[in-house]
Design a protein around this ligand. Sequence first.
Ligand code: WQD
Length: 338
Amino acid sequence: MKILVTGGAGYIGSHTCIKLLEEGHEIIIVDDLSNANIEVLERIRELSQKDFAFYQVNICDFEAMDKIFGKHDIDGVIHFAGFKAVGESVAKPLEYYSNNITGTLSLCKAMLKHDVRRMIFSSSATVYKVGNTMPVDEEAPLGCTNPYGWTKLMIEQILNDVVVANPDWSVVLLRYFNPVGAHESGRIGEDPSGIPNNLFPYISQTALGRLEKLYVFGNDYDTHDGTGVRDYIHVQDLAQGHIDAANYAIKHTGAVAINLGTGNGYSVLDMVKAFEEINQVKVPYVIDARRPGDVATVYANASRAKKLLGWEAKKNLRDMCQDSWNWQKSNPNGYNKV
Ligand code: WQD
């Protein structure tokens, strides 16, 4: 298939593009590089030994998207592009709604105009309401506590409504839990700009010495050791989930939400200890105050992915810690060679 990948130069997008190329698909990457480094494109070519079309375009630019769809006979879209920092979204709601929602509307318009009827959408477990019973399944109540999460939920609603109006469309809404890890080669990985918001890059940068110590946001939660429990999923498992979702979308119509998680929960201190033991490094930490908006425990019921896609996570905690550390120590400054 010929697949257009929005945000294909990003963390999950780049890992997915390599798998798509390895599976023999042709890809077109559209990315404005606002949160990605152009070096990633070279690494995708290096690791896949394949070439692809790239357009440095923001998907909000309908004219540019119209031209791209007119130039390529596209079979389907994997839609990653969007701002994704929870904290930043609280400070800049208008930028988040404008970029994430308008971008998706522009993309859907181009798809309708060029009769492209399949989309895999990068959604998130952040669409689930706080206080759900665990493990959380796709029928759990929805509701968000930050503009980033609301953009994901609003886009899910938009796509569900587009499918009602166009029943021959096929849309898979993939709800990721906590993506971590890197390609086993250590040549691509998570490269957040500035101080990392997420736990794993913060741990790996602390182990490297780029950061002095990890601040553990609270140890008084109702969990086995008081620290937050999450469902960490290896980015390579996540990438595979997109391949399986694309294959599902070819054979089905309609819209469906599917969790991509392992079904296992690990605490912050579980991850610190595992990272230290597996990689033989030290991760100094201090216990700090809770982070506003955090909940104690979140992990997935991943049975629908198994049933519908034949997908389940294969990578374990050791893979997550080893691959994260391999990427970080091989690329101390991420994609910036300085
Ligand atoms: C994990 C655990 C923190 C950093 C977020 C987004 C979600 C999704 C995944 C996009 C929590 C603790 C963290 C630190 C810490 N992203 N922590 N010190 O908050 O579960 O989910 O990323 O879709 O939308 O909300 O991930 O990695 O930030 O936190 O103690 O410096 O680590 O309290 O328990 P989170 P996270």
